[in-house]
Design a protein around this ligand. Structure first.
Ligand code: AVJ
Length: 321
């Protein structure tokens, strides 16, 4: 799900980040730690909720407009489709299948840090598309990027799902500049980005009535209990999420319901909370088209086309280096 870390994230960086984040003046835990096995399962539940529109919107775009996406690519012959953080491939399958129907000559290279995720994806894709040429890679995005620039084959990079929204502006720019540095002139990037829209729609997607997003956040505390041998009382924390239409940000928090403390044996540290003290867990940024253009240009790209769902909630934004 994330570019740098996920289920296989090593205990040391999780431990160090928990210690830093929960002793900071404004407490925080990174959303990249949502996605252990349990968290990934909860995220799949989120994607099935009617309130969580991004999945359906992007599925619609890729089911209905992949032919148009192919038409916008400037490539003459063979090309690679390189995917960062591919998940279960349900949405990507739509694009790959449309490209194959249109006779495109490509190699599909999904990259993920988790071998388990890559194995599942490979089976899922080859079952549906037995004729596909697929060369999955496990490892760090940027190591793989380095290898790809050495070959003269042009690349279409996929960064779907709206993951870029989890990065604060400076971090998003850093990441996109690194992508850019790993690309050749003429290479393309298709980026899923969630758009600004009626604030009630967004609010409901992140503060759902089923409590699934709450469970997703609470999983961070469960991870601390099990991986860092801690004694957090889960029922003494609540979840709060808020969309601000002024800055386009959904910010999510865990809230300490009373003055309390917990102890982690692994960290040999006691952590203290005031009543109503917040732990910031996630940013999920929503964009305007002006912001998309500005972000693309700041990172060295130009926007070739925005592919929108019928409600105009979400864009797969096609960028050219
Ligand atoms: C997977 C990062 C796109 O920000 O919408 C869903 C994660 N968080 N509900 C998002 C998420 C709360 C999701 N991304």
């Amino acid at each position: 799900m994330d570019t740098t870390d996920n289920t296989t994230s090593n205990i040391t960086s999780f431990a160090a980040d928990v210690k830093e984040g929960l002793t900071a003046k404004e407490k925080h835990l990174s959303s990249k730690y949502f996605y252990d096995d349990n968290g990934s399962r909860i995220f799949m539940e989120i994607m099935k909720m009617p309130e969580y529109y991004p999945t359906n919107c992007e599925f619609e775009i890729l089911s209905q407009q992949s032919g148009d996406i192919l038409d916008k690519l400037p490539f003459k012959g063979k090309f690679n489709i390189v995917e960062f953080g591919s998940g279960d491939g349900m949405k990507t399958k739509q694009l790959l299948s449309a490209f194959m129907d249109k006779g495109a000559d490509f190699t599909y290279i999904p990259i993920d840090i988790s071998q388990e995720a890559i194995d599942a994806l490979e089976k899922n894709i080859t079952d549906a598309l037995p004729n596909i040429t697929m060369k999955p890679k496990t490892g760090d995005y940027f190591e793989v990027l380095g290898e790809l620039t050495k070959s003269s084959t042009p690349n279409l990079f996929l960064f779907l799902g709206g993951n870029i929204g989890n990065y604060p502006r400076e971090d998003a720019l850093d990441l996109l500049k690194k992508f850019n540095a790993g690309m050749k002139t003429g290479d393309m990037l298709l980026m899923g980005m969630d758009l600004k829209k009626n604030p009630r729609i967004i609010q409901k997607a992140y503060d759902d009535p089923h409590g699934i997003t709450k469970a997703f956040n609470m999983n961070l505390l469960s991870r601390i209990n099990s991986e860092l041998d801690a004694d957090i009382k889960l029922d003494q924390f609540d979840f709060y999420s808020n969309y601000s239409p002024k800055n386009g940000q959904v910010n999510s928090f865990l809230v300490s319901l009373k003055q309390q403390q917990f102890y982690s044996k692994v960290l040999d540290t006691t952590f203290y909370f005031e009543r109503d003290e917040l732990i910031w867990t996630e940013l999920s940024k929503k964009y305007s088209f002006d912001e998309i253009n500005e972000l693309a240009e700041s990172a060295g790209f130009s926007v070739a086309h925005n592919f929108l769902d019928c409600k105009h909630y979400f864009t797969d934004s096609l960028w050219r280096k």
